[in-house]
Write a protein that binds this ligand. Structure first.
Ligand code: ADE
Length: 265
């Protein structure tokens, strides 16, 4: 998959993209990232890419014509989805990430603090996307979030082909807790089911713990769970020892939470 990034600060992306899974994916050519410097498309002697807003106001506004020239150059390479990173867009989520990962090419437009001329937005941008309800000084950190989250969905980028399917959110659930050696640490033990070597039991434990973690942290994600499943989840939780609940980070989850969850309170 090809990512184009229109940015005044390509150096903000370079080191962040060189490390970790994305860096390895780039080396293996599973994805490509090309940055485009709008200053190179500027036409005046000062290489201006932005100007003061008409009517006054804070910040500088990126000029429509400069953006158009850069984006026309990118589109000349082939079809691409052009996304403007902005706090005004719909919020990025797992579903959107998976949708973007099916595209052959994505173009991420990073504006600076003042934003871009509305007419460029009207004519050149396919969609806006936000990474959350707060304002960044520019779109670059948001572009990194999009590239990272989309790249890990691409075939071959994650070590285990399966793990993107097991991620938090993939099944509409948060991930279960994970443990590694030692089996005992500061009085807390690894849950017995995980040591049982019994595949079915381990899978069941992971699913139930995913549901319990979700109930504790993001209960609204469980809105679709059937009443019988809710009762099963409570039964599973009641079987857990206080020590195991504690080791799994479930302290704080109470009988009353289940009463609310089961609609009996
Ligand atoms: N640019 C500035 N703030 C942003 C945000 N919250 N999400 C995406 N792009 C942005």
């Amino acid at each position: 998959m090809k990512f184009h990034v229109l940015t005044l600060f390509p150096e903000m992306l370079k080191s962040a993209l060189s490390a970790g899974l994305v860096g390895q994916g780039l080396k293996k050519n599973l994805l490509q990232v090309e940055t485009h410097q709008p200053r190179e498309a500027a036409e005046d002697a000062h290489r201006s890419v932005d100007d003061r807003p008409f009517g006054g106001g804070d910040g500088m506004i990126m000029m429509a014509d400069v953006l158009a020239r850069v984006l026309e150059g990118i589109r000349a390479q082939g079809p691409t989805r052009v996304i403007y990173l902005s706090p005004q867009g719909p919020r990025l989520d797992d579903r959107k990430v998976r949708e973007l990962a099916t595209l052959p090419s994505l173009t991420l437009v990073c504006g600076r603090y003042g934003g871009i001329d509305q007419r460029a937005l009207n004519q050149l941008i396919d969609e806006e996307l936000s990474i959350g309800d707060y304002v960044l000084s520019g779109g670059e950190p948001a572009a990194l979030v999009v590239i990272d989250s989309v790249a890990r969905m691409l075939p071959g980028v994650l070590g285990h082909e399966e793990s993107a399917h097991r991620d938090s959110f993939a099944q509409g659930l948060l991930e279960h807790p994970n443990f590694t050696r030692p089996r005992q640490w500061r009085g807390q033990s690894v849950p017995e089911a995980l040591l049982s070597g019994h595949h079915g039991r381990i899978q069941e434990w992971k699913l139930r713990l995913s549901q319990l973690v979700t109930l504790k942290k993001r209960p609204e994600l469980l809105a679709g769970l059937a009443p019988a499943e809710r009762a099963n989840l409570r039964a599973f939780w009641r079987e857990m020892s206080p020590e195991e609940r504690q080791a799994c980070g479930l302290q704080g989850l109470q009988e009353e939470d289940f009463q609310r969850f089961l609609g009996t309170r």
